[in-house]
Design a protein around this ligand. Structure first.
Ligand SMILES: Nc1ncnc2c1ncn2[C@@H]1O[C@H](COP(=O)(O)OP(=O)(O)O)[C@@H](O)[C@H]1O
Ligand SMILES: [Mg+2]
Length: 550
């Protein structure tokens, strides 16, 4: 492209000096053909360049996103505790977009622009060094002005982007927290808040537009001044000894070169903005990609242990754990026989959910060891561990997809009959049969088109479908009416039969049905035994029991 841009004014000069000025048209046809060929080439090369750039940028963004997404999925729960999901979404969308822009429009254009500048200046020097000098005098002024404006432009554009992301997060919050917003009558305040951001964005955009317009006009003004200087100095030179070299053709070619000069200069200054945005984006993305996954299979994994885990005896030996510096669990010792049902009770914040999260290595113990049938869970392949331990959470998270997909979680080894069987076991078929497409009914995001009791039933059906050796459960009672509660209770009872179970229990019946009750307080196991034994101890359990059930 640089070569073509170099050649065109030269052809023009030749045409003016050798044909137009002399009136000798012999060979003009050939020159015209050459000029047309150059124009055709310019089109083809320019098209190819833009297209290849775009492909390159898109492919890079594609690979980057795929890597980022896969990497995010490999990271552990502790990582997501530290990073807001909105920010992570931004990495995947905006940051990778910025990088694609840098590659598509930036990096290669940067090289192209530099080559073009060199070609144009070479052309000018070849035609007339004195005229080039005159132009060169104005160049620093132009570059300085362009750079200054580019900096202002950058500041207002950054401000605009910031406000834009704030508006987006306000909107997300508004949608997610719709009910709370209505409840607290926060609409007016939110509208005002949004208005403020929106107005700020308008201001920032107007300032950006102002500088952009200024840049264009300034470049045009300087180019006119350059052309005037060119004519003046050209006329002056014709009167001197050196005058013979400055022909009309040279002036025409110079004007053409000047016209071509500004695009690369303006682009180059604009590129700095793109580059800088891309650099910060790049930094953030690589910081993410460089975050190692801490919980994964590795050299310590022993595949032969898969077959050794058969009964589901669970043993916790000296477990300590803290999310940060402070320990949440202290020195927990607990042995659960295969098939035993243990209820875990304790005040809010005691560490019950935390204890459960350690069992399938959602978090890694800080100290101590957890064993299943005598095998350390750290030696068991993760995939197997998470099959052996089934977790029914307080809130069942459902994905947008069919009911069947939400039960099998796209696991091909779980046949449709098994899905149906699991749903029957929990008594969910009753309501599913009333749905238009049965188990193939589409669920909304998070299963929002079901009641919380129905969602909970699906969560329990999931556990049935996967048939884990050990079941851990964060038992929820709060969000369910008493009719569904009975249904859920029955479903749970059926699920627990013949299975090792550790249940965070709130319901009296679950507690009474347990083989053993363990009491957790401030991260320590302080009491354990049967209901009667614990009542007789008159300790924390007796107190909790009095408070809750009279
Ligand atoms: N993801 C987390 N990051 C940091 N601290 C947490 C996290 N989850 C729970 N905690 C803290 O750990 C303690 C125990 O919490 P949790 O196990 O949820 O209690 P429980 O289930 O018994 O009510 C609490 O003090 C809580 O603030
Ligand atoms: Mg909890």
């Amino acid at each position: 492209m640089a070569a073509i841009q170099f050649a065109q004014p030269m052809v023009l000069k030749y045409a003016v000096d050798h044909h137009f000025m002399t009136g000798d048209m012999a060979g003009f046809g050939g020159l015209l053909a050459l000029f047309l060929l150059l124009i055709g080439l310019q089109f083809a090369v320019g098209y190819g360049q833009s297209f290849l750039n775009a492909i390159l940028g898109q492919k890079v963004i594609h690979d980057l996103r795929a890597n980022l997404f896969a990497h995010l999925l490999s990271l552990d729960a502790a990582f997501f505790d530290r990073h807001a999901s909105g920010r992570l979404t931004n990495r995947l969308s905006n940051d990778s977009e910025a990088i694609s822009q840098m590659i598509g429009a930036g990096l290669i254009h940067l090289i192209g622009d530099l080559l073009l500048l060199i070609a144009i200046i070479t052309g000018m020097v070849l035609l007339s060094p004195p005229l080039t000098l005159i132009i060169a005098l104005l160049m620093p002024l132009l570059i300085l002005a362009t750079l200054l404006i580019a900096r202002r432009l950058r500041v207002s554009q950054r401000e605009g982007r910031l406000l834009q992301s704030r508006m987006a997060s306000l909107l997300t919050e508004e949608i997610d927290g719709r009910n709370v917003v209505l409840l607290c009558q926060r609409q007016q305040r939110n509208i005002e808040q949004f208005d403020q951001l929106n107005r700020g964005y308008l201001d920032a955009s107007l300032i950006s537009n102002f500088y952009e317009a200024l840049q264009v006009s300034l470049v045009e003004a300087v180019s006119v001044v350059m052309i005037v200087l060119l004519f003046w100095y050209g006329a002056f030179l014709t009167g001197t000894d050196d005058g013979g070299s400055v022909t009309i053709g040279v002036l025409v070619a110079f004007i053409d070169y000047i016209r071509r000069l500004f695009l690369p200069i303006r682009d180059l200054s604009g590129k700095f903005t793109t580059m800088q945005a891309a650099m910060t984006a790049l930094e953030r993305i690589f910081e993410l990609l460089d975050t190692p996954a801490t919980i994964h299979d590795g050299p310590h994994t022993r595949p032969e242990t898969v077959a050794m885990v058969r009964h589901g005896a669970l043993s916790l030996r000296g477990i300590r754990f803290g999310y940060g510096q402070n320990l949440v669990l202290h020195d927990i010792h607990l042995d659960i026989r295969a098939g035993e049902r243990v209820a875990l009770v304790g005040p809010t914040g005691a560490g019950k959910s935390t204890l459960i999260a350690l069992l399938n290595r959602t978090y890694e113990v800080t100290q101590g060891e957890i064993l299943i049938d005598g095998i350390a869970i750290s030696a068991l392949p993760l995939e197997r561990l998470r099959r052996v331990i089934g977790v029914v959470q307080q809130e069942t998270y459902l994905f947008a997809g069919t009911i069947a997909d939400n039960i099998s979680l796209y696991d091909a080894t779980i046949a449709p009959q098994r899905i149906r069987w699991a749903l029957e076991q929990v008594g969910a078929m009753e309501f599913i049969d009333t749905l238009p497409n049965g188990i193939h009914t589409q669920l909304a995001e998070r299963g929002n088109n079901l009641s919380s009791g129905q969602r909970q039933l699906l969560g329990i059906a999931r556990a049935f479908a996967f048939d884990p050796l050990i079941l851990v459960m964060d038992e929820a009672t709060s969000s369910v009416d008493s009719a569904s509660e009975r249904l859920i209770q029955q479903a749970i009872d059926r699920l627990l039969q013949q299975r090792t179970a550790l249940i965070i229990a709130h319901r009296l019946s679950t507690i009474l049905d347990a083989d053993r009750i363990v009491v957790l307080s401030r991260g320590k196991l302080i009491e354990q035994g049967t209901h009667e034994q614990l009542l007789q101890q008159e300790g924390l359990y007796a107190k909790l029991f009095q408070l809750q059930f009279g």
